[in-house]
Write a protein that binds this ligand. Structure first.
Ligand SMILES: NC(=O)c1ccc[n+]([C@@H]2O[C@H](COP(=O)([O-])OP(=O)(O)OC[C@H]3O[C@@H](n4cnc5c(N)ncnc54)[C@H](OP(=O)(O)O)[C@@H]3O)[C@@H](O)[C@H]2O)c1
Length: 252
């Protein structure tokens, strides 16, 4: 079991779903947590769950679609906790379902802003802190199996998640000299708020379940130990990788 006591981690979108699952794993391993999300009541609920593990947790209201809010929230987080050891850029939104030939630039940009631009800015601000601290650390971003299978009908979402993997590979190479490891998580179908409408669609749920060798969607709690694995700064030789956790969906 990893020991993350004394270490501080940011998880964007950590008040729900996969982000909260990873945050719980990190809390169980003794890590302190800063949870960023737009809804303060959801942040409060998540903080209570994390504090039950006996660690320090704080919620921050931040819309990662806004560069300045990310910059300010990272500065506030580091001021509050006094240091940073890792950051998981997990916050994301679903696509709009608009047919490709009807998609406007405004819709495309709205998805890119939350799913890709936010990862760039969050990683940049976290890397600045880690480089200045000279402690090394761990960065991770949450991609999707949509980056692997052709995400027809969900082109903007799939493109944003594919680009995350490119960013992660570039950062892994560039930041290795600072002892910063950078990886991405590629989750498969998981029962969360974001994926709720897809799960509620019986035809879609059955089709995706049949295509998943373990024959079910994941629970957010199944990302607990994966979160620890991605956040642990001591795993220094594991960098530049896509950690696929999809019940075998992409190899079937
Ligand atoms: N569920 C799946 O099947 C699946 C599969 C592959 C990848 N993913 C990815 O996993 C990540 C987590 O999603 P999830 O499935 O766990 O969904 P979720 O339970 O709905 O969680 C999404 C989180 O992102 C936050 N968020 C959304 N927009 C935000 C914004 N503009 N600023 C700040 N925070 C924002 C939400 O908090 P607030 O609403 O309070 O802001 C929430 O905490 C996403 O990147 C998603 O694309 C999910």
């Amino acid at each position: 079991m990893a020991d993350l006591s004394g270490k501080v981690f940011v998880i964007t979108g950590g008040n729900s779903g996969i982000g909260l699952g990873m945050a719980e794993g990190i809390a169980a391993a003794g890590g302190s947590l800063a949870i960023w999300g737009r809804r303060s009541e959801k942040n409060d609920e998540a903080v209570a769950i994390l504090e039950a593990h006996g660690v320090t947790a704080r919620g921050y209201v931040c819309d990662v679609g806004d560069e300045q809010q990310i910059v300010d929230t990272m500065a506030q987080t580091v001021a509050d906790f006094g240091r940073l050891d890792g950051c998981i850029a997990n916050a994301g939104r679903s696509g709009t379902g608009t047919p490709f030939i009807e998609m406007t630039m405004k819709e495309w940009r709205a998805i890119m802003s939350v799913n890709l631009d936010s990862v760039f800015v969050t990683m940049r601000e976290a890397a600045k802190v880690l480089v200045a601290q000279r402690t090394g650390g761990s960065l991770a971003a949450v991609s999707s199996t949509s980056a692997i299978h052709g995400a027809a009908g969900n082109e903007a979402y799939g493109t944003s998640k594919t680009a995350i993997n490119g960013l992660v590979r570039a950062l892994a190479v560039g930041l290795a000299r600072h002892q910063i490891r950078v990886n991405s998580l590629v989750p498969g179908w998981t029962k969360t708020e974001l994926a709720g409408p897809a799960f509620a669609n019986e035809k879609f749920r059955d089709a995706t379940t049949r295509r998943t060798p373990v024959r079910r969607w994941a629970e957010p709690s199944e990302f607990r130990d994966i979160g620890v694995f991605l956040a642990d700064p001591s795993l220094t030789y594991h960098t530049g990788q896509e950690v696929v956790v999809d019940g075998g969906y992409t190899v079937f």
